[in-house]
Design a protein around this ligand. Structure first.
Ligand code: SF4
Ligand code: SF4
Ligand code: FES
Length: 245
């Protein structure tokens, strides 16, 4: 017989009249190679069909199953119960809008942040479909690809002290996205233009640098390097502007 796992799960449905936030206990016997994805589906099928949570890919790709697992943001589909104690507490990610129980809306948050940071290639070049495609240096392409691996799960935002205190803070995922455009040779924005977007307290200077974001990122993105890179770049840009006055 496997371990008897005791779950404490946050329950609250803002859409349901009379619903109030509370923790609900569940017990489930552990099976081989059990993940929290399996647990939540079994709890919904066998014990409470009203349990709300999100999943799409079950493979750490869509980012939709992020939640706070025993105090730490992580992906439920990538978390094995064998790596957890018998008592397991599941909470929805903070910062994002709660949909119900363990489900939050990360999509609206990411769309707003990407609009704020103008998260697309800025270029004056006119596309000519008859011309041969411009080549990019392999090393640069790989560096961009590395940063593009973000699955927008929101774990780095949920773990971030600044994001918890200020709802206008861009957070590590958006700053990582800005770094991705800074290194992209097709983007013609200047350092001064990037400074207008992230050279302030809701951008790179609001970051406290304690790196909970990198600690919890399930895709192991090099967030520390990107935050350091942007801080140096924006610091130099600020100094240049002061001494030009
Ligand atoms: S290092 Fe910066 S972005 Fe990362 S968790 Fe800390 S304050 Fe947030
Ligand atoms: S940077 Fe990592 S933790 Fe943050 S949203 Fe992307 S994949 Fe998730
Ligand atoms: S279900 Fe897609 S990342 Fe977990």
């Amino acid at each position: 017989m496997g371990r008897l796992l005791q779950f404490e799960i946050f329950r609250y449905n803002p859409e349901e009249k009379g619903s109030t936030p509370h923790m609900q206990s569940f017990v489930l016997e552990e099976t081989a190679n059990m993940t929290l994805f399996i647990v939540l589906n079994r709890l919904r099928e066998e014990q409470d069909p009203g349990l709300i949570f999100d999943f799409c890919c079950r493979a750490g790709i869509c980012g939709s199953c992020a939640m706070v697992i025993n105090g730490r943001p992580g992906l439920a589909c990538q978390t094995k119960t064998a790596d957890l104690p018998e008592q397991i507490t599941l909470l929805p990610l903070p910062v994002f809008k709660l949909i119900g129980d363990l489900s939050v809306d990360t999509g609206v948050w990411f769309r707003e942040m990407y609009q704020k940071t103008e998260s697309w290639i800025h270029t004056n070049k006119v596309f000519d479909p008859t011309k041969e495609e411009e080549r990019m240096d392999n090393a640069v392409a790989e560096q961009i690809y590395e940063l593009e691996r973000c699955v927008e799960c929101g774990c780095c935002i949920a773990a971030c002290g600044t994001a918890r205190m200020r709802d206008d803070f861009l957070g590590a995922a958006s700053l990582n996205r800005v770094a991705r455009f800074v290194i992209d040779p097709r983007d013609q924005r200047t350092d001064k233009e990037y400074f207008e977007i992230i050279g302030n307290d809701y951008g790179i200077f609001g970051c406290m640098g304690l790196l909970a974001c990198e600690d919890v990122c399930p895709k192991k993105l090099p967030l520390q390097n990107q935050l350091g890179f942007l801080r140096r770049k924006m610091g130099i840009t600020a100094l240049k502007q002061i001494f030009r006055r």
